[in-house]
Design a binder for this molecule. Structure first.
Ligand SMILES: [Zn+2]
Length: 330
């Protein structure tokens, strides 16, 4: 048993309280390997931003759960070495069972998500409550979810989304005791968030996605004022990254994300955690493709993973400074 407090990590409670009051959102970045973790911590130290390090089930399988955990738990010391100790949360993304959440809590996570959104409502309530009771006894915070996002994210996939029903949120929060709530208002997992037929096109052919459902967000806020809200699937799929990938041999088709202006608007509201994963994947892939296309004789992984790390870091800095507004709040 390892408590996150011995490791210098923090839970989300105080961070979310400040973020809701200050009209910004805490970035939640997924990582699967050393370079992604370095990029996240470097970017957040340089922009003086708190950060939520997210580990998904897919990441635990890919990198080995023990290695991944030690990597994340080293991040606190790493930030200090870089010259500024930022608040770091180690969070389980999309926990699907009580056992998985318990295992993460027992091994030093400071926050977990229990995603019961695909279950019938009453089962979601019961499962979430069970995790909350175990977590709160150890001062670990819990994120629940109501409503289902479309798209594919590691092990999480849903054919069809359905929006969060605002008339459920008050009851859910009260019955479960969760610390934050992920809602579905039109974001989705992956790099292709909308089909072309759902979008309009600008004269030069750029796909413009439909707006997020701010009416649902406002209705949720009215029911549970000041309660921390979470947005998943909030990558913007930058046009320049898609272009870079495709001009160096990639074949990404019709990738379209959430406009950053809409995320800024959400961050200024009760949305206090925004999950971004696909954008960093695109940034890294673009950098790697470019290096290898320009230097076909290169075979030192540091020569392409290094630029990939740099590209991800610049992207995270941009998100903290220009989209989420978390820069300067560490
Ligand atoms: Zn998600």
């Amino acid at each position: 048993m390892t408590s996150y407090k011995e490791l210098g990590l923090v839970n989300t409670r105080e961070l979310f309280r400040k973020a809701v009051a200050g009209g910004y959102a805490i970035p939640a970045y997924n990582f699967n390997n050393l370079e992604q973790l370095q990029a996240v911590i470097q970017a957040c130290v340089e922009t003086r931003s708190p950060v939520i390090l997210q580990v998904s089930s897919g990441a635990r399988k890919y990198a080995n759960k023990t290695l991944l955990r030690y990597l994340a738990q080293g991040a606190v010391e790493y930030a200090k070495e870089l010259g500024y100790p930022i608040p770091i949360v180690l969070h389980l993304d999309h926990g699907d069972t009580f056992e998985l959440c318990k295992e993460c809590i027992d091994s030093g996570f400071s926050s977990v998500m229990i995603d019961g959104s695909h279950h019938p409502y009453e089962k979601n309530v019961a499962l979430t409550k069970q995790v909350v009771e175990y977590a709160h006894a150890r001062d670990v915070t819990v994120e629940g979810e109501l409503g289902v996002l479309a798209g594919v994210e590691d092990d999480v996939s849903a054919e069809h989304s359905h929006y969060t029903q605002p008339d459920q949120v008050q009851d859910f929060v009260k019955k479960t005791g969760v610390d934050s709530l992920a809602i579905s208002i039109g974001t989705s997992h992956g790099a292709t968030k909308f089909k072309p037929e759902q979008c309009t096109r600008t004269p030069d052919g750029v796909l413009v996605p439909p707006d997020l459902r701010f009416d649902i967000l406002e209705e949720v806020e009215r029911r549970i004022p000041g309660f921390p809200i979470v947005l998943h699937g909030a990558s913007s799929v930058p046009v320049d990254k898609v272009k870079q990938i495709n001009s160096y041999g990639g074949k990404l088709k019709d990738a379209v994300g959430i406009p950053e202006s809409q995320l800024r608007r959400a961050a200024a509201s009760a949305v206090c955690k925004i999950n971004i994963d696909s954008d960093a994947r695109l940034a890294m892939t673009g950098a790697i493709r470019e290096v290898l296309a320009k230097n076909p004789a290169e075979f030192d992984p540091r020569k392409y993973m290094g630029p990939a790390r740099e590209a991800a870091k610049e992207l995270y800095k941009h998100k903290n400074q220009d989209v989420l507004g978390s820069a300067g709040h560490a």
